[in-house]
Design a binder for this molecule. Structure first.
Ligand SMILES: [Zn+2]
Length: 389
């Protein structure tokens, strides 16, 4: 017994002396439900599973309340919100991973990339939209999406899936939103990316091989789940599954951000149907992350929101017309009539300033208790990936 322990100590000492490094893989999947407050979660839960049911994200039982204010306002926008997790700093609304002084702040994705981790961004909005952009771009105007697309490409995240092709195509291409003739898709191919533009192409990716993968599935945002009719746009869950399987090849581990970005858009319109279906589609993507984390035991899964949108509330008895589209995916019918169940009301067409929920599972999840600031997620994720700022 003693000799065995001595041998282990000797091996550890030799390893330290020789500089051999053995990495235990570490992984973080950050799920962001843009605009998803407690009411959006609750409405999705009731709609998908009924009063006694649970969403996939409800399995994350380490829970914190997260304050959402930015450096410039009590009510944040998505750019400052995402910057808080990406960099650990609060900034001015509309700023992306630069401080209030416009000086660049290194992001967790950039730290992870530089340390040899796989990195990925997945969203249902344009890839150059505020939330994914905050992890890979540094600008003081979130609206500069053509410039942000250039920075996304230069950051060289291993997997990028979403919408916003118009900002990657040259000015002469139909629907382009660029003011120059740069063809970022061609530049991506030259940089080693496989480029896919519809669900069938995404499904044909050989997941047994490591890839650099860029998927742009619409000129603008991806369509709302509620409006989809066999269009060749992959679901958020399918994009998430593909990203995870590609990043799983990285020995060191990975950082992946997945955004359900259009919950916010539907709530700006005070459109309960679309908001609820977007939250359900987001939850399906979360289920992919949780299933992976449970298989691997080395993955921190976080589900958070940047802010609540719409000042939504949920009560009963007055909301008509919910189940107008066929159910997709595996959500079971429950026994209650939804149109007599839900009453959704709103107080604003903008964001509200209330705290949001962060749930977590896996290594590092023990930090999720009590009330935290949005910037507190950054050091937790960095520590989980053994990264030093
Ligand atoms: Zn918004």
């Amino acid at each position: 017994m003693k000799r065995g322990r001595g041998l282990i100590l000797l091996l550890v000492a030799m390893c330290a002396a020789l500089g051999c490094t053995q990495y235990r893989p570490a992984k973080v999947i950050l799920f962001v439900g843009d605009g998803m407050g407690l009411a959006q979660r609750e409405a999705a839960r009731l709609a998908a599973y009924g009063p006694a049911g649970r969403l996939a994200m409800d399995q994350l039982d380490q829970i914190s309340l997260i304050t959402t204010y930015s450096a410039s306002a009590l009510t944040t926008d998505s750019a400052a919100g995402a910057t808080s997790w990406a960099t650990g700093h609060k900034t001015t609304n509309k700023f992306l991973s630069v401080g209030p002084d416009s000086v660049s702040l290194k992001t967790i994705l950039e730290y992870a990339r530089d340390a040899g981790y796989g990195t990925g961004l997945v969203t249902s909005t344009t890839l150059s939209h505020a939330t994914p952009a905050a992890f890979a771009a540094h600008v003081s105007d979130r609206g500069a999406e053509a410039q942000i697309a250039e920075q996304l490409l230069a950051t060289h995240a291993q997997v990028m899936l979403g919408g916003g092709r118009a900002f990657w195509n040259p000015r002469s291409a139909p629907g382009s939103q660029r003011q120059d003739e740069r063809d970022l898709l061609a530049e991506a191919r030259a940089a080693g990316y496989e480029v896919v533009q519809n669900a069938a192409e995404l499904a044909r990716i050989d997941l047994r091989q490591p890839h650099r993968l860029l998927g742009l599935f619409a000129d603008g945002h991806l369509p709302f789940r509620y409006d989809r009719q066999n269009d060749q746009v992959p679901e958020l869950a399918a994009m998430t599954r593909t990203a995870i399987e590609i990043l799983d090849h990285q020995e060191r581990g990975f950082f992946l951000m997945v955004e359900g970005g259009r919950i916010d858009h539907a709530c700006h319109d005070n459109d309960a149907n679309r908001a609820i279906w977007e939250a359900i589609a987001f939850d399906e993507a979360v289920a992919e992350g949780i299933a992976y984390a449970r298989r691997k035991n080395d993955t921190l899964v976080i589900v958070v929101a940047d802010h609540e949108t719409g000042g939504m509330s949920v009560s009963t008895g007055c909301y008509s017309g919910f189940p107008r589209i066929p159910r997709q995916g595996a959500f079971p019918e429950h026994g209650l009539r939804l149109d007599s169940l839900l009453c959704i009301s709103w107080t604003t067409k903008g964001h509200s300033g209330i705290p949001v929920i962060a749930g977590a599972l896996g290594p590092g999840s023990q930090h999720f208790r009590g009330i935290k600031e949005n910037i507190d997620l950054f050091p937790i994720m960095m520590e989980t990936l053994a990264l030093q700022p």
